[in-house]
Design a protein around this ligand. Structure first.
Ligand SMILES: Nc1ncnc2c1ncn2[C@@H]1O[C@H](COP(=O)(O)OP(=O)(O)OP(=O)(O)O)[C@@H](O)[C@H]1O
Ligand SMILES: [Mg+2]
Length: 301
């Protein structure tokens, strides 16, 4: 049972968050928010999120990439940047979000996640919403926000995904990764069902099959997962295509250069460009979507 003082504290926190978002100018246009998630770890979220951000910037979108895998962040390694500060500085109040944004390869802006702090991986509900409110305040400066999330279904991930326009679930064809991707989808379906009708996530869910050995293997993986999601969760899942297994992906990480920039003609780079092309076409008219500003306000209460 929620005690009176807890209810009072929650009310105060919601009021603070509302003031924070209300303090920003009401957005004239809306940003497209893409959250990259998975069930199993190590399936390629960071590789996809970083390179997707770069591919979208190459298509003339103003892009910012957020490393939301706080505590175990490593997008800075893949990008080859050495940031001086990160999300932990925003949470502690030492810096504003604007102060931790750093330039990254390919002309993208980047917010590093920080590594080695258990606290950042276990944020309170207030802190999670505080971060989303900070992100909503800067939405007008960008066309696309790409959020590289941690593996699994922690509250951090669920809160981030709830505010997105598109949630890209990444899996490999391995049965263990597919099972965990299904578990992640199940949590999203349950979250949607339990939210009040006017406050549920409106994100569309898409699947990306990474490290596929062929188009056919990727297609079979998609059909298996989308089939069970439709049958047991009544959840529509879109096919966002696949990325082939390609040694250049790992070689580029070792070189600390995004694969799209180091090896633009390799097979995984072609697949990344195709994924970015699909997302770029879908963005369509910005006015068609409710802005992040309004979605974040709705999440607070
Ligand atoms: N298509 C691919 N072909 C070959 N190797 C790949 C491919 N995609 C990713 N990898 C390799 O898999 C490893 C894990 O990738 P990555 O760090 O992007 O996964 P992740 O899902 O972000 O992991 P975590 O759950 O730990 O955040 C990296 O070494 C990367 O180079
Ligand atoms: Mg990662």
């Amino acid at each position: 049972m929620i005690r009176q003082e807890d209810r009072g504290r929650r009310f105060d926190q919601a009021a603070r968050l509302r003031r924070m978002v209300d303090g920003a100018d009401a957005p004239g246009r809306s940003t497209n928010v893409i959250a990259v998630v998975s069930g199993k770890g190590g399936v390629g979220k960071t590789m996809i999120a970083t390179n997707l951000a770069i591919a979208l910037a190459a298509r003339e979108h103003r892009v910012i990439l957020f490393d939301m895998d706080m505590g175990l962040a490593n997008a800075d390694i893949v990008l080859g940047v050495e940031p001086a500060c990160n999300w932990a500085d925003v949470l502690s109040g030492r810096r504003t979000l604007d102060e931790v944004i750093c330039p990254a390869p390919g002309g993208i802006a980047f917010v590093p996640g920080g590594s080695g702090t258990a606290r950042a991986a276990n944020l309170s509900e207030f802190e999670r919403h505080y971060l989303m409110a900070a992100i909503a305040r800067i939405e007008q400066s960008y066309d696309v926000m790409v959020l590289d999330c941690g593996a699994g279904i922690s509250r951090n991930v669920v809160t981030v995904a709830a505010s997105a326009d598109t949630v890209l679930v990444v899996t490999t064809p391995e049965p263990t990764a597919v099972t965990d991707a299904y578990a992640t989808m199940k949590v999203f379906a349950q979250e949607r069902e339990s939210a009040p009708a006017d406050r549920g996530s409106t994100a569309s869910l898409g699947l990306v099959v990474n490290q596929a050995s062929s188009r056919r293997e990727a297609k079979e993986t998609f059909e298996r997962l989308a089939g069970v999601a439709a049958r047991f969760l009544h959840l529509p899942v879109s096919d966002y295509g696949y990325l082939l297994r390609d040694d250049y992906a790992a070689i580029a990480v070792r070189q600390r250069v995004p694969v799209l920039m180091a090896y633009p003609r390799c097979s995984v780079s072609s697949c990344l460009m195709a994924l970015a092309g699909r997302l770029s076409r879908e963005m369509g008219e910005p006015e068609a979507r409710p802005s992040l500003f309004y979605r974040v306000i709705n999440l607070f209460v």
